[in-house]
Design a protein around this ligand. Structure first.
Ligand SMILES: Cc1ncc(COP(=O)(O)O)c(C=O)c1O
Length: 413
């Protein structure tokens, strides 16, 4: 029977029990069994995020006039993010509620600029590699743009020739990811940005995953090219705080190279009886807790804290890659950050995934070529050995050998 509002309120103790029971069947993220969705950096970080969130639980980011606290926290968070991503004195930004909202707003800004520059031109296009996040297509769908996805190179990065061939006078935005979600590799941002500049097109870097991880991984030796405002021609960058910023969910940042591009993000309205309404975000009300927690966690961790965690996440990736490689399951491409995928044409990757599932692991897949996907955090660090020994056991099953009956990997997210 479907739920209905109870006639009389129920005591919190009873509700808490029921809520706890409801989670019993959930995947065991604390035990490192979930390959994405969670970005855990230790109990202390979680505790800071929770306490800061609760301190500003009721306050609303829609009201900077009433809540100068949140206004300050947001300005500080934006300034810290811009500093990490080499924003110059002209760079600007704002907090949003997540990667999808950041991408949505970047697409809106690029569209508005294209329409202003070329009034009456055709439907604006977003040109992006096939690995870009679905949020770009979602935004294009909502905002009336045409998404164009181009094939990847053999290294799973954007293929520059394919991107160039897709550019037309209607192209409003070029996209590169740092890194892209499927294989965890960083697109050649300097070359893409040069292409965008040549073409007079908006260049967006989707650093939702890497924005607060790649700067530290690079300091630790990760071999990736410049991907941020250090690259001339980068117009905007999305960077999620609720991923590798390790803060509460509901927090991302969207940055712009210059005030004119940033100005396109704002929306003002006063043609109603309640006066001037203004937001930078798509949403109106914003959880004060998410803003406060981001500020607290960033200051709690500092650069050395982020570096320490990045080192452990990178070591976890290297250990998993080495173990899987030894089992005949090589990494796809050369990821340098926190995401990797692996697979082998000698194996039925769907059958391997089912075997892991039966041993309690939640499995994420990539499909071209078939493989298994991980976005790592500190919950995975202690279970690398268990994962590899479970994998070795799964591989004993003859069903995991590739053969004519091999099924495509499941299309689940
Ligand atoms: C590269 C990339 N961009 C954007 C997003 C969207 O972020 P969100 O789920 O916070 O909206 C994700 C999410 O995993 C991502 O990996």
């Amino acid at each position: 029977m479907s739920a209905r509002l109870p006639d009389h309120g129920i005591a919190w103790d009873e509700l808490r029990r029921e809520m706890k029971d409801a989670g019993r069947g959930d995947a065991d993220w604390r035990g490192g069994r979930v390959p994405m969705f969670i970005h855990y950096a230790g109990e202390d970080v979680l505790d800071v995020a929770k306490q800061a969130y609760l301190m500003y639980f009721s306050e609303n980011g829609l009201g900077p006039r009433a809540f100068g606290s949140l206004d300050k926290f947001e300005k500080d968070v934006v300034a810290m993010g811009l500093d990490l991503l080499h924003g110059g004195p002209e760079a600007r930004g704002a907090m949003t509620t997540g990667g999808t909202e950041s991408i949505f707003l970047a697409v809106k800004c690029a569209r508005d600029r294209a329409l202003a520059l070329r009034p009456g031109a055709g439907r604006p296009r977003i040109v992006m590699p096939r690995s870009a996040h679905p949020a770009f297509d979602k935004a294009a769908h909502f905002l009336g743009l045409e998404p164009v996805r181009t094939p990847l190179g053999e290294d799973f990065r954007a293929d520059l020739d394919a991107m160039r061939a897709a550019l037309t006078s209607d192209t409003a935005m070029l996209v590169g990811s740092a890194p892209a979600f499927p294989h965890g590799v960083v697109d050649p941002i300097p070359q893409l940005a040069a292409m965008a500049r040549e073409h007079g097109t908006w260049m967006h870097v989707d650093a939702c995953v890497g924005g607060y991880f790649a700067p530290f991984a690079r300091e630790l030796g990760a071999d990736i090219p410049d991907f941020d405002f250090a690259v001339p021609g980068v117009t905007s960058i999305s960077a999620d705080l609720h991923k590798y910023g390790y803060t509460a969910k509901g927090a991302s940042t969207l940055f712009f190279a210059d005030p004119a591009s940033f100005a396109l993000m704002g929306y003002a309205f006063d043609q109603w009886p309640r006066g001037q309404y203004f937001t930078y975000t798509l949403v109106g009300t914003r959880a004060g807790g998410a803003i406060a927690a981001a500020w607290a966690v960033m200051n709690y961790l500092g650069k050395d804290g982020y570096l320490r965690i990045a080192r452990r996440v990178l070591d976890t990736r290297l250990a998993m890659q080495a173990g899987l490689d030894a089992l005949g399951l090589p990494t796809l491409g050369r990821p340098e950050l926190s995401i990797f995928a692996f697979g082998s044409p000698q194996r039925d990757m769907g059958a391997i995934g089912r075997g892991l599932g039966a041993r309690g692991w939640t499995v994420g897949y990539v499909n071209d070529p078939p493989g298994i996907h991980h976005m790592l955090n500190l919950t995975h660090e202690p279970v690398v050995g268990q994962y590899l020994s479970d994998m070795a056991a799964v591989l004993q099953d003859p069903a995991t050998q590739a053969g004519p009956s091999a099924s495509p990997v499941p299309a689940q997210y």
